[in-house]
Design a protein around this ligand. Structure first.
Ligand code: MCN
Ligand code: CUM
Length: 807
């Protein structure tokens, strides 16, 4: 080869558009032109439509269901009720949390808008008309809305189906409305720490009920081919392979005869992890009718019946010394799970990874207990950019650290700095059982404090407080400071499984003879940009330009088995599998190159996109040349082809972190909070695509803003859901959304092949406490310790009123 023909290293590296490049999102070419292919775009000949009859009551006995008028409507093909599903043993389905959930209400309903009957018609409008014709007679029962009353001796009995089952999926139940108690840490040592503490705080910190509300609702299309005995299901599934396995186990259809396809997904945010009655009913309806059956939720159904998030009531105590060292943490959580425990957690973790609640701080001892209870509300629990309850844990510890700093009379940033886990302590073993892989919290926090001019901000705040006291202004200034530690990337499979399915993940890479690539993964993008970023990992590992790499996900027939996308696990797990599979290919490529160059393998070195002979760099073979040879002239005795698959079981999770600061101004007369500045520094280890990371941060912060400042799934005392449309449920638009400033440090994960940690949920985990701390900080000098979220204008006005600021 002529060395004049070899472009410079820089030129070659740039051409790859590999890791670290702000490569534009390839999927956006179709999305921005309206050419995405979502479930509702899939249309099959003879397709029927299903729609649910739902309960108007939160708790009632079903006396009778009369479907005759609905069935008589022309175009109605069938109406399913629990009575039809019972003989198939499908009127209940297993939840991901070891409970069961009614597919169609059996004898009683347990929350408003619960599924009661499924109408199947030739047309979506006919189905909608027919549900009005199904007559259901109810006897109303006393409603249980307040989780603090769930375990009262005279509380209404909700789950008659399991009333005698006093041994739940996670140990003994204390009451008929109790689900589980989950405990971690050293209770005795923690009690001692509190007895000896110089200073303690205790506060009930509630993270209210919210909903992930992706723009595309949950939907599916089931098509059973009676001749072949094969079932194809298109659906909004964050974890398509899990759906296939579970459907096979429940339906007894052999797994190879089930094809699950998750096409483009219009946002998931955790809402599309769970299994919903709509999926089961469409599949049953297709098997019964022999025709394809589609089910598409509307907005009200999505907000009121599919998995909510949070609803954690966290009684939190910190023990500390007078000079501001934390000595113990004690948390008791009351978790409102609604009518069924349908939390999407790894099976052994009924409260997710809530035991990350010691956060970024070096607590010598801690104890945490969680009690899950039933109420007459929709089920669900873990969803919404949450990393399995890390959102709740981060909110809990970050509010509590502020409350303690206030009691100590210390600056909240300084108090955090004093208690951070130090860089040299990693890998760090937390009091509640985790091994944090890597971190450098002081550097991150200092960078943010310097960037925003923290000292000056505090001085300005002080001056404003004095001016407020003098009556010269009606505005209060708040500064929110937080530092979060995330835990993402489940497995390892020894700890983590879903319904017994171990949590690893996968990548398969195939290089074609001309040197272009198709790669398939076990994860499933819902907007995160996987088609762009996995290609970048492969480009850097294999020296083939990103534009020559197609990334495919979501078809269980072609993708290797994987557990899907949630808990920001794609990069930590499938990203690692991608690098490992690429390295397997590279090892074979090296042997081929050695053969072509007639040297020993060891005499070769990798150079961006080729192997070259050590000490003789003009002698080289590019990956493209090697690919051709792999098929057409492999070394004697070597199999042709150039491909590899990796099933990657991570040795540990990854622990991304970040330091955020929010500055706000509160108008005490209107209750309005203006976000003046929001500065977010994230560390997710090695960064694959800085632009996509920034997009993830912007999106997650916007959702955090929504949650902290107004979103709430609220119920009245009769269990009517009050916020089941976008008129009542706050979705920030560009008008309300603050300006975001982003920054980063890079602390690679030591156990991940490319050092990357997940990032998709970080901004929500850190964002919510940061907004809340800012609002709380504004009122602190007036003696307020903790204001519950959401911080919308009327609630803030009420706080000001109670503090006597309107006199
Ligand atoms: N990334 C990167 N470098 C890193 C880490 C991540 O460039 N060190 C990139 C990844 O390549 C990927 C994106 O950032 O393109 C997110 O990666 P990761 O953190 O691994 O998270 P997942 O891909 O597993 O996404 C899941 C996460 C979750 S759990 C929720 S909930 C959420 C989120 O992503 N839902 C989203 N972000 C979302 N973004 C959109 N647009 N839509 C959703 O539904
Ligand atoms: Cu918890 S929401 Mo995401 O894990 O799909």
């Amino acid at each position: 080869m002529n060395d004049m023909a070899i472009p410079s290293a820089n030129e070659r590296a740039e051409k790859l558009q590999g890791m670290g490049c702000k490569r534009k999102r390839v999927e956006d070419i179709r999305f921005t032109q309206g050419r995405g292919n979502y479930v509702d775009d899939v249309k099959l000949p003879g397709m029927l439509f299903g729609d649910f009859v739902r309960s108007p009551f939160a708790h009632a006995r079903i006396k009778s269901i009369d479907t005759s008028r609905a069935k008589a409507l022309p175009g109605v093909v069938a109406v399913l009720t629990a009575a039809d599903l019972k003989p198939l043993n499908l009127h209940y389905m297993p939840t991901l949390a070891g409970d069961v959930q009614a597919v169609l209400a059996d004898e009683k309903v347990l929350f408003q808008n619960q599924e009661v009957a499924f109408v199947i018609a030739t047309d979506r409008y006919i189905a909608a008309d027919a549900i009005e014709l199904v007559q259901v007679e109810y006897d109303q029962l006393p409603v249980l809305v307040d989780p603090f009353k769930s375990m009262d001796p005279d509380a209404p009995l909700l789950r008659e189906d399991i009333k005698d089952k006093m041994d739940g999926a996670h140990g003994p139940r204390k009451h008929y409305n109790h689900i589980f108690t989950w405990e971690v840490g050293d209770q005795t040592a923690t009690d001692v720490a509190f007895e000896n503490a110089e200073v303690t705080i205790k506060e009930l910190i509630t993270y209210h009920r919210v909903h992930p509300s992706p723009l595309e609702t949950c939907q599916c299309l089931a098509s059973f081919d009676k001749i072949k005995g094969e079932l194809t299901v298109w659906g909004t599934f964050q974890a398509p392979h899990v759906v296939r396995t579970v459907v096979s186990l429940l339906s007894k259809i052999p797994e190879h005869k089930i094809h699950v396809i998750a096409p483009d997904i219009g946002g998931g945010f955790g809402n599309k992890v769970g299994v919903y009655p709509g999926y089961v009913c469409s599949i049953v309806a297709s098997i019964v009718t022999g025709l394809p059956v589609k089910w598409v939720e509307d907005r009200v159904e999505n907000l009121s019946s599919t998995s909510f998030a949070r609803d954690y009531h966290m009684t939190t105590e910190i023990a500390a010394t007078k000079d501001g060292r934390v000595t113990g943490l004690r948390v008791h959580v009351l978790a409102d799970h609604g009518a069924f425990d349908a939390c999407a957690d790894p099976m052994k973790w009924p409260a997710g990874f809530f035991n990350i609640v010691t956060g970024s701080y070096d607590f010598p001892v801690a104890h945490c207990a969680v009690d899950g209870v039933y109420t007459n509300k929709a089920s669900g629990g873990v969803a919404y950019r949450c990393s399995f309850r890390v959102t709740e844990a981060a909110y809990c510890i970050e509010r509590a650290m502020d409350i303690m700093a206030q009691k100590l009379g210390m600056d909240p940033a300084e108090f955090r700095m004093r208690n951070f886990i130090k860089r040299e302590q990693f890998p760090y073993h937390s009091a509640l059982g985790w091994e944090y892989d890597s971190g450098d919290y002081h550097t991150a926090m200092q960078k943010v404090l310097d960037a925003v001019g923290y000292k000056q901000l505090r001085e300005e705040q002080k001056a404003k407080q004095e001016a407020f006291r003098r009556g010269e202004t009606r505005e209060l200034m708040g500064i929110g400071v937080i530092h979060f530690t995330e835990i993402v990337g489940a497995g390892p499979s020894r700890n983590c499984d879903i319904l017994g399915i171990a949590m690893f993940d996968s990548a398969e890479i195939r290089i074609h003879p001309t040197g272009s690539i198709i790669a398939r993964l076990g994860t499933k993008s819902q907007g995160q940009g996987h088609e762009t970023t996995y290609g970048q990992i492969i480009a850097t590992e294999l020296g083939i330009p990103s534009e020559l790499i197609t990334i495919e996900e979501g078809n269980t027939d072609t993708a290797p088995y994987g557990l899907g996308t949630y808990g920001s696990r794609s990069t930590p797990v499938s990203g690692a599998a991608t690098a490992v599979a690429a390295r397997k290919i590279k090892a074979k490529a090296q042997m081929i190159a050695a053969h072509l160059l007639e040297v020993h393998d060891d005499d070769l070195e990798w150079d961006i996109d080729r192997f070259r002979v050590k000490g003789n760099p003009e002698r080289s073979k590019t990956m493209t040349e090697i690919a051709w040879a792999a098929y057409n002239s492999p070394p004697p005795g070597m199999e042709p082809g150039l491909e590899a698959v990796s099933y990657y079981d991570p040795p540990n999770m990854t622990y991304p972190f970040g330091a955020y600061i929010c500055v706000c101004d509160v108008d005490v007369d209107t209750g309005e909070v203006k976000i003046r500045r929001f500065y977010a520094l994230d560390d997710c280890g090695t960064r694959i695509n800085p632009m996509i990371i920034e997009g993830q941060i912007h999106g997650g912060l916007t959702e955090a803003f929504g949650i902290a400042m107004g979103q709430e799934i609220a119920y009245d005392e009769d269990g009517n859901v009050l916020t089941a449309s976008f008129q009542d449920y706050f979705i920030p638009t560009s008008v309300e959304t603050p300006h975001w400033e982003t920054d980063w440090t890079t602390t690679p994960s030591p156990h991940h092949p490319i050092g990357a940690k997940g990032v998709g949920e970080s901004p929500n985990v850190g964002g919510v406490p940061c907004f809340s701390n800012a609002v709380n900080d504004a009122f602190k000098f007036l003696g307020s310790t903790h204001i519950q979220m959401p911080h919308d204008a009327w609630r803030i006005w009420t706080v000001a009123e109670k503090l006597g600021l309107h006199a």
